[in-house]
Design a protein around this ligand. Structure first.
Ligand code: SIN
Length: 314
């Protein structure tokens, strides 16, 4: 086949040979897993969201595949901030700028502390502040509290002068998009990543008449095909509202080249794959790249820029 099309993209001045990477959470907790992504057809990788100290996360079973996606309540199991900073520093020293460090403190103070450490470090790449994990017991998703988002970003940008993106939960009402975009547009954000899982869904096994994951009485974040229309709506709504300097990573419901095509049509600069990456592993990036190249070739597109954000309305 042809493959004269390019899947290259750029985010905050950083070049990516391919617009796809993993989503923070799935198969990206260890150096071994991260290395597998870095040598795959993915354009880069993002680390599991770090807390300052290592975390075990929630009790098992805490993740379950579903016919059209997944439910999880992992609770941020991770090796701790220093482990991931060491990894992204080594990637940077090897000349790989396509690695994103994700952080998800369980309080605003913890996030600010990690950003201070990143500011003081030699790491100059992208950092993603995850304000949207729905699975830490007793902790709200900061992304739903617009004053708190304003507060953490005001504090962060008072000292942090490197490239900072933000991962958000899904929004559902157009007034929510107006309000959160007004907050985000006040700051020199590198990008917005939409969406995290749809928080606190409930999946039941009617046979056993029980929930299927243990933490939080069975409530967990929903991902996969179930969430694609919500993810597309969030990417589109943000692209229509955010300053053009703020890039967008589209995440949610991607399992085929057509899904990526649709995210880019809505305005995504890069895309991340979570639920489908779990069972398929790093080979997914090559398969989906092939599918996307075929779609673009059939439509006569040579680059992503030719259709990015150009969704038509009726
Ligand atoms: C988790 O660790 O609970 C999932 C990660 C996230 O939702 O940000």
């Amino acid at each position: 086949m042809q493959t004269k099309v390019s899947l290259q993209s750029e985010l905050a001045g950083i070049h990516f040979d391919n617009l796809m990477m993993n989503a923070a959470g799935v198969r990206c907790s260890s150096v071994v897993d991260l290395n597998k992504i870095m040598v795959s057809s993915a354009g880069g990788a993002i680390t599991k969201s770090a807390t300052i100290e290592p975390r075990e996360g929630n009790e098992s079973p805490r993740m379950q595949g579903l016919p059209l996606g997944s439910i999880n309540s992992m609770g941020l199991p991770n090796h701790g901030f220093d482990y991931y900073l060491d990894y992204v520093m080594k990637q940077q020293e090897a000349g790989n700028n396509n690695i994103i460090m994700s952080i998800a403190g369980t309080s605003i103070d913890e996030n600010i502390e990690m950003l201070h450490r990143l500011q003081a470090s030699d790491f100059d790449g992208l950092v993603e502040l995850n304000l949207s994990c729905p699975n830490v017991k007793g902790k709200p998703q900061v992304g739903y509290d617009f004053d708190a988002v304003d507060q953490v970003l005001t504090e962060a940008f008072s000292f942090y002068n490197k490239r900072l993106g933000i991962k958000l939960p899904p929004y559902f009402d157009l007034t929510q998009f107006d309000q959160i975009a007004a907050v985000l547009n006040k700051f020199p954000l590198a990008y917005v990543n939409s969406i995290n899982s749809i928080g606190n869904g409930l999946v039941i096994d009617p046979e056993t008449e029980a929930v299927i994951i243990k933490p939080k009485g069975g409530f967990g974040g929903i991902g996969g095909e179930y969430v694609k229309p919500t993810a597309l709506a969030n990417v589109r709504a943000f692209r229509l509202r955010l300053n053009p300097e703020i890039g967008i990573i589209g995440t949610g419901g991607i399992k085929s080249g057509m899904d990526v095509f649709e995210h880019v049509l809505c305005g995504a600069d890069l895309v991340q794959i979570g639920t489908a990456f779990g069972p398929e592993g790093p080979a997914i990036f090559e398969r989906i790249s092939r599918e996307l190249e075929e779609i673009m070739d059939q439509k006569g597109y040579k680059s992503l820029d030719e259709f990015r954000g150009k969704l038509k309305t009726l």
